[in-house]
Design a binder for this molecule. Structure first.
Ligand code: BG6
Length: 475
């Protein structure tokens, strides 16, 4: 068997808002992440109207990467990474989002960070928008409800493509753009800066915002290629294969529809057009602003690769009163999978699901893939000497990498790389916790915000270092 590519991208993934901190340094503006207070395991994060005194906003300081990045990058080099996935905080470049001129201090920060990475042979992999759009765009324009956002995003993307030409070759346009298809509050806010009003239909708002986003993404892809034809620009979707709960054909139809409903964003970004079921569904239910010119833009701006996150699979059962379209997520009944174990946060652990996902994407799109997030959120308890032994994390990653290799070596899928999520402990997006840890590098800070912020290597650090060194041969 051939094994993984010789130039396989072994890395680690983070997002600016979850690790940088320095939320007002260097002229940075407020982002949506800055108005999300901490939640807890099973407790939603509160989205506040601006910053409210006395609330705990964990992203404001995060792990202070903004001031410590040089030491951190040294640690990443020690881990042996050949790539590092992070995002550019849009609000460092355009603090409000609608300025005509960028903020030089923000651009300089990323110039310095990328130089530091290259010093150690680490390739930056950059997400343009990772749950951190400018809050001003939410307050002033209603977030991605407004077509104007396309221009603001394109200006931002053009600015960073030009500035970092030659320093960044791998890009993704929007992180987990498809989270919002479930219509939940957190996802609509983090993806699109939208809090649905009582007089609005959440689905209509999402399909409209999603349309503007795919147009913005397609324009960014075109511009990114014009500025530097060697740029590789991907989409980024959250992938969790959906299995039918029973052999009832209705459950099979429901599971299939769930996959279609969850991945239409990727359909549009990869194939350059809406899938037929969705064209029909939108026509039957909504009155959306989708122009013929937009449809041409989509055709011309297809992505080079499929970036995706993988944490868990899902099981669905058709409900008694399923609409004839089988589309409405409010009629989607998730069912526990009795064959799988769960993390402490209830995420089902399904390594084989990763192989399923890779095969599903390969068949549907026939494009290179990049696993840009995967990992286990867990509580780590340092021993008396302050060291974290995390065999559970090693076990999780090992089993997923095994399946990833089977997909490559046995099924022949085209895989560019693997960047486990939160390889340095950071703020959880979903709960705002620090104690929900994914890292191979421990950061001394807890949910209450206490700790020295000192970094130390967990057992998984040494394990992953050897995985990288042997190009995945020794797990
Ligand atoms: C993905 C996001 O949803 O999963 C990350 O792209 C996020 O931003 C990660 O942190 C893990 O989720 P959580 O809620 O455990 O932080």
């Amino acid at each position: 068997m051939a094994g993984l590519r010789k130039d396989f991208l072994w890395g680690g993934a983070v997002a600016a808002n979850q690790l940088e901190g320095g939320f007002q340094d260097g002229g940075k503006g407020l982002s949506v992440a800055d108005v999300m207070a901490a939640g807890a395991n099973g407790v939603e994060r509160e989205i506040t109207d601006g910053i409210v005194a006395g609330k705990n906003y964990p992203n404001h300081e995060a792990i202070d990467f903004y001031h410590r990045y040089k030491d951190d990058v040294k640690l990443f080099a020690d881990l042996g990474l050949n790539c590092f996935r992070t995002s550019i905080a849009w609000t460092r470049i355009f603090p409000n989002g609608d300025e005509t001129e960028p903020n030089e201090a923000g651009l300089q920060f990323y110039d310095d960070l990328f130089d530091e990475l290259h010093k150690y042979g680490i390739e930056p992999v950059i997400t343009l928008s990772h749950f951190e759009m400018p809050y001003h765009l939410v307050k002033t324009y209603g977030g991605w409800r407004s077509r104007k956002l396309i221009d603001f995003y394109v200006r931002y993307a053009t600015t960073v493509f030009k500035r970092f030409k030659g320093k960044v070759h791998y890009w993704m346009t929007f992180n987990e753009i498809n989270n919002q298809t479930g219509l939940n509050k957190f996802a609509l806010f983090t993806n699109s800066g939208i809090l649905v009003r009582p007089d609005e239909d959440a689905a209509e708002v999402m399909y409209q915002a999603g349309h503007y986003e795919v147009v913005a993404s397609a324009l960014a892809v075109q511009i990114g290629h014009e500025i530097d034809p060697t740029n590789q620009i991907g989409c980024m979707v959250a992938m969790g294969p959906t299995y039918p709960a029973t052999t009832d054909p209705k459950d099979a139809l429901k599971a299939m529809r769930e996959m279609q409903r969850n991945y239409w964003f990727a359909d549009v970004q990869v194939k350059g057009k809406y899938p037929s079921w969705l064209v029909q569904y939108q026509k039957d239910h909504f009155n959306l602003d989708i122009t013929l010119e937009d449809l041409d833009v989509l055709k011309e701006g297809t992505v080079d690769y499929i970036g995706f996150s993988y944490y868990a699979s899902h099981v669905v059962k058709a409900s008694e009163n399923e609409p004839v379209s089988y589309v409405d997520p409010l009629h989607t009944k998730g069912v526990a999978n009795d064959k799988l174990e769960r993390s402490d946060w209830g995420w089902e652990i399904d390594p084989i699901g990763l192989r399923v996902a890779l095969n599903w994407f390969a068949e549907r799109y026939d494009k290179p893939m990049f696993i840009v997030e995967n990992g286990l959120g867990a509580i780590d308890t340092p021993d008396a000497a302050g060291h974290v032994h995390d065999p559970y994390r090693i076990d999780y990653l090992k089993k997923h990498i095994e399946q990833m290799k089977l997909a490559v070596e046995v099924d022949g899928v085209d895989l560019m790389g693997y960047t486990p999520w939160g390889f340095i402990d950071l703020v959880s997006a979903g709960t705002g916790q620090m104690d929900k840890r994914y890292g191979m590098i421990y950061v001394d800070k807890n949910d209450a915000g206490e700790g020295s912020l000192e970094r130390s290597k967990k057992d998984s650090f040494y394990w992953y270092r050897n995985v990288i060194k042997t190009n995945g041969e020794e797990l």
